[in-house]
Design a protein around this ligand. Structure first.
Ligand SMILES: [Zn+2]
Length: 377
């Protein structure tokens, strides 16, 4: 008899020690306040997400997976040895920037390796069959990190390294990486730009961050042409239009690609309360987006799904979004209830939850026109 579905959870208190503090900003003249304003990538965000998973009994239903410290060999599947050496060097000082807006403090190389290693451990657990799916609640995030520099709070590219691990160690052929973080996963796109074995699909706010990345006509090159799918959506896009993008673009292309493993770059910063973006998603979308990927994974690859944490900066709301993703992964039992939206009707009755925005429709049609060259959509 098959055992019950098992979902793994990677979390480690050492993730909370990753320092993005204002003491790492050399020029503070832009912030002339007597009372310091915290860096948006606060340890409280993943800490609260884990707290909610405990509080709602979700973590109890997940199997704990310990992160490993990613090795040089694992990290150089993407990153250059020179970059690894630079990160180590910075971590031996009081801290500094690993590239462009990705500071670490003293000893920060170990935490960053533990974040990559958390995603690696989640992939290992799923591929070995120890669990069916897993949530890697890691910090720092990874999807902006390039081969030779950190970027946008990201030090090592956790999902890239994990996808390569799945291919090299576990013999996986095709990996789908879905990036629903509101910013573009430029580091991930760059890694697989010419590679048809990894399908990269990114939904994000058009022209937000980083500049120049994520346009619909960026589709990959050479053998990888058609295996990058960018879905840039206008500011204000909410639940209804995201659902449309999933139904018309994301899910049909994912099915046709027929992955052997699905990895989600799950940044919860397209939420309606996020201070770093202007989208309008509520908890309902985080549940729906997770369930859509569970369906694809169930149809294509025996449910093998790894969700890994990227951004998400709304102090109260982002942790609820992450906990909802975890709750969707473990599923609801009879008598259980879905996590209630802390903003209740205020979130669900906003127009973008129910109505298809005309500007979003135009953006979706544009992506379809580009991707129809490669996929039956
Ligand atoms: Zn983000």
């Amino acid at each position: 008899m098959p055992r019950d579905r098992l979902v793994g959870l990677v979390f480690d208190d050492r993730y909370l020690t990753h320092n993005t503090g204002l003491d790492l900003i050399e020029d503070r003249s832009h912030y002339p306040f007597a009372e310091p304003v915290a860096h948006p990538s606060s340890p409280a965000l993943v800490g609260r997400a884990k707290h909610l998973m405990d509080l709602f009994g979700i973590a109890d239903r997940m199997r704990r997976i310990d992160p490993v410290c990613a090795s040089d060999e694992q990290l150089t599947a993407y990153h250059t040895p020179e970059y690894l050496a630079r990160v180590t060097e910075i971590a031996q000082t009081d801290g500094g920037d690993t590239g462009s807006g990705a500071p670490i403090g003293r000893g920060g190389d170990r935490v960053a390796r533990l974040a990559a290693g958390g995603t690696l451990a989640a992939v290992d657990a799923v591929m070995s069959g120890a669990v069916d799916a897993a949530y890697a609640l890691v910090r720092p995030p990874g999807h902006h990190a390039m081969a030779d520099e950190g970027m946008g709070f990201c030090v090592f590219n956790n999902v890239v390294v994990a996808a390569r691990q799945a291919q090299r160690v576990h013999g996986v052929d095709r990996v789908l990486i879905l990036d629903w973080d509101v910013h573009h996963g430029n580091g991930t796109q760059a890694a697989f730009w010419a590679d048809p074995s990894v399908l990269f699909i990114s939904l994000d706010q058009d022209e937000l961050y980083p500049p120049g990345w994520g346009a619909a006509d960026q589709v990959g090159i050479e053998a990888g042409e058609g295996f990058t799918v960018n879905v840039p959506l206008p500011a204000g896009t909410g639940n209804r239009s995201y659902a449309e993008a999933y139904a018309k673009i994301v899910v049909p292309i994912a099915r046709q690609f027929d992955p052997d493993l699905v990895i989600v770059s799950a940044g919860q910063d397209a939420s309606v309360f996020d201070p770093l973006a202007r989208m309008s998603l509520t908890l309902a979308s985080y549940r729906a987006m997770t369930e859509a990927m569970m369906t694809v994974a169930a149809e294509c690859c025996q449910g093998r799904l790894v969700v890994t944490q990227e951004g998400g900066y709304a102090p109260q709301y982002a942790p609820h979004c992450s906990a909802t993703v975890a709750q969707a992964l473990v599923g609801i039992r009879p008598g259980d209830e879905w996590i209630a939206d802390p903003y209740g009707e205020l979130a669900e009755t906003q127009p973008a939850s129910a109505q298809l925005g005309l500007d979003a429709v135009t953006a979706i049609e544009r992506v379809i026109a580009v991707q129809q060259r490669y996929w039956a959509i």
